[in-house]
Design a protein around this ligand. Structure first.
Ligand SMILES: C[S@@+](CC[C@H](N)C(=O)[O-])C[C@H]1O[C@@H](n2cnc3c(N)ncnc32)[C@H](O)[C@@H]1O
Length: 184
């Protein structure tokens, strides 16, 4: 009996942890493909001394690349598990210029940043627009992934070349991996 309780409790805990890995209020956890990150950041002109913010930083992979390219890189993420994992990865890579903040992206002070990366569902992207407009300095770059601002004009679009690539289609007729770059 005791053993059954322990096994059931363990299974429940495992399921809760598993589900919380994918949960997210303005987008579930779907990672940007690693091979595309460097290209997007290079096209955005990231350089040493930049202050990079990723809003909903997932497992920290984009923040990590931004830091490796010389920026002071911040990730805001609401999942504790992903924050711990991101910090662990940055520690293993001996990166001193990454900062992972647990919290809601809508309660952050973004005034320091000059490059922002977003991969959220359309509602989340639109909800962020007033905050970005209010907070960002003139000339700052915003990168959206897959879901984009409906009213902003991008100055550059990085499109997925191979439309037949497996898992490239995300529904809503959107192709995963397109990056749009805007200058505020
Ligand atoms: C689609 S994933 C993108 C992850 C990462 N940016 C990437 O490109 O690999 C969206 C992430 O945003 C997080 N997120 C969604 N809404 C959020 C909010 N209001 N505050 C903080 N994080 C949020 C989710 O937990 C998830 O990790």
């Amino acid at each position: 009996m005791d053993q059954t309780l322990i096994i059931t409790g363990g299974l429940l805990l495992g399921c809760m942890l598993g589900l919380s890995w994918f949960a997210g209020s303005d987008a579930p956890y779907v990672a940007t493909k690693s091979i595309r990150i460097k290209k997007a950041l290079t096209e955005a002109g990231i350089k040493e001394g930049d202050i990079f913010y990723e809003l909903g930083s997932g497992d920290g992979r984009v923040v990590t690349v931004a830091a490796q390219m010389g920026a002071e890189a911040f990730g805001i993420e609401q999942s504790w598990i992903r924050i711990f994992y991101s910090r662990y990865k940055a520690y293993k890579l001996k990166l001193k210029n990454t900062h992972f903040i647990h919290g809601n992206i809508f309660n952050q002070n973004l005034t320091k940043s000059n490059i922002v990366f977003i991969f959220l569902l359309p509602k989340g992207v639109e909800k962020l627009e007033p905050l970005l407009k209010k907070s960002l300095k003139k000339g700052s770059v915003v990168i959206t992934q897959t879901f984009h601002f409906s009213t902003w004009k991008p100055y550059k679009k990085i499109l997925v070349k191979d439309r037949d690539e497996p898992n490239a289609t995300l529904g809503l007729n959107k192709v995963e991996g397109d990056f749009w770059l805007y200058r505020v």
